[in-house]
Design a protein around this ligand. Structure first.
Ligand code: GDP
Ligand code: GDP
Length: 437
């Protein structure tokens, strides 16, 4: 559901991305070993004191040209003011207050948003004395942190969570399928939206989402209600930062977070590029159902192998998303368009699917009988039972004698067996291993 957004703002080199990585640290570790997921990120999610939030490292946004740094700082601050619920204004204890800090401070001062002043590089006690001068910036008590050592980060997170607002849940009923379309510019997202809605133009004045300035388009097809989320994210308003690639990634992220099903739109004429992988990777990480849409299929010269070859390319590039169905279509000619929504609907159903514990255990027992769990130094992992603890995405806990004995490959094996038995097409599955003897 809607998570409050925290933005880290500050001049270059104060340590924004270091602190950002510490805050999203655990999540990053989960995906590091998975191919195709970006490391060069500016957007992540975290949770502290039981409160989930998203966090943006605005330092990832750079504007070229003269006065590059000044322009970038200004763009970052504007972005934070517009998008964030809580702003972390970061400075550097080693450097003291600089003119750029004052610049940033002036911009944030008028924001009307809660601003927390974090002073980084407080690597030792002696440097704690340096933080007092930062009172002069006028943002109250500075919080001393060290990105290198991790000290003070807990205090910063306490302060952040104290200021997070309670956001209302989306106003849609459970049975409405929330769909986000993501993909690079020009792959045909707007055209696809128009084609789906069967209209010449998207009417933008529909329903204001609960997330600031998200604009949703509800519609109904064959008795199923859907809402297209923030399709107007492609709207151009002319702020400097809106032209940056990282900003569009951020918009996509916000849409993904609110979605049940993410349509990753790929240009069939051009094939797959790195950027496609990044956005798809986010959908995977966020635990959303995903459908690959290969658009502009009308413009592709085809023979009887072309579709199969393209499919293989997608599978090679998105190794961790073999569950996602692929739909080839043309938004322009509407060729095969009718195939899309049934696939979306099916993926949404699987994403929300709950499997009874006894059925799950039957399948896992059979799987164990065929291929026993791994051993390590003479100890064999024993699976006691398995249960599904959550939906959206389906989340399964495997209780074992010793979680250390679980291997990634065995987890994969179990997942494949579970998928073979229960479908789950279109949705990622989370599997956690816990101790219970
Ligand atoms: P950003 O430009 O604000 O995102 O800054 P970075 O996170 O890239 O950090 C800038 C430099 O400061 C890097 O060389 C970091 O290793 C260093 N740095 C970050 N945090 C600390 C810290 O707590 N102490 C010290 N001494 N250096 C740090
Ligand atoms: P967006 O930036 O992803 O929203 O892409 P647009 O919907 O604006 O489309 C970009 C360009 O691709 C436009 O010139 C469209 O007419 C064209 N386009 C979109 N869908 C198709 C399609 O299915 N086939 C062909 N040949 N062109 C398409």
């Amino acid at each position: 559901m809607a998570r409050p957004v925290v933005a880290i703002v500050g001049r270059p080199n104060v340590g924004k991305s270091t602190i950002f990585n510490r805050i999203i640290g655990d999540r990053l570790a989960i995906v590091e070993d998975k191919p195709g997921i970006t490391r060069d990120r500016i957007y992540g999610t975290s949770e502290w004191n039981g409160k989930p939030f998203s966090i943006i490292d605005t330092g990832g946004i750079e504007i070229d040209g003269d006065d590059m740094i000044l322009k970038s700082i200004r763009a970052q601050a504007e972005l934070a003011i517009e998008e964030a619920d809580v702003i972390v204004f970061m400075c550097d204890a080693k450097a003291g207050i600089t003119q750029s800090d004052e610049e940033v401070g002036n911009l944030l001062y008028r924001s009307g948003k809660p601003v927390l002043l974090a002073v980084n590089k407080v690597d030792n006690l002696a440097r704690m004395d340096h933080i007092y001068e930062f009172y002069n910036l006028g943002f109250g008590d500075p919080i001393g942190v060290s990105g290198s050592h991790g000290t003070g980060v807990g205090d910063l997170l306490d302060a952040i969570t104290e200021h997070l607002p309670e956001l209302p849940d989306d106003e849609y009923d459970e049975d409405v399928i929330r769909v986000a379309l993501i993909g690079r510019p020009n792959v045909g997202k707007s055209s696809l939206v128009n084609a789906i809605l069967g209209e010449e133009r998207v009417i933008v004045s529909n329903v204001a989402g609960t997330t600031r300035d998200a604009i949703d388009t509800p519609f109904e097809k064959d008795g199923q209600r859907y809402v297209l989320i923030d399709t107007a994210g492609m709207r151009k308003r002319g702020k400097v930062y809106e032209s940056t690639e990282k900003y569009s990634v951020m918009r996509a992220m916000k849409a993904i977070e609110r979605a049940d099903v993410v349509l990753v739109v790929i240009n069939g004429e051009e094939g797959i590029i790195e950027q496609d992988k990044h956005v798809a990777g986010y959908a995977y990480e966020a635990g959303k159902a995903t459908v690959f849409v290969v658009n502009k299929w009308d413009a592709v010269e085809k023979d009887d192998k072309t579709m199969h070859e393209f499919e293989k390319k997608i599978r090679d590039h998105f190794l961790f998303m073999t569950y996602a169905p692929i739909v080839f279509l043309s938004a322009l000619t509407k060729q095969r368009l009718h195939k899309l929504l049934p696939v979306v609907q099916h993926a949404a159903e699987q994403h929300a699917r709950r499997v009874a514990t006894h059925l799950l255990n039957d399948v896992v027992s059979d799987a164990i009988a065929i291929n026993p769990p791994p051993t390590d130094k003479g100890r064999r992992m024993r699976i006691n039972y398995v249960t599904q603890v959550a939906v959206k995405p389906p989340t399964i806990v495997v209780f074992v004698n010793d979680p250390e004995l679980m291997h990634f490959s065995y987890e994969r094996y179990l997942e494949n067996k579970i998928r073979a038995a229960f479908d789950f097409e279109g949705t990622p599955i989370r599997i956690f291993t816990r101790r219970k003897s």
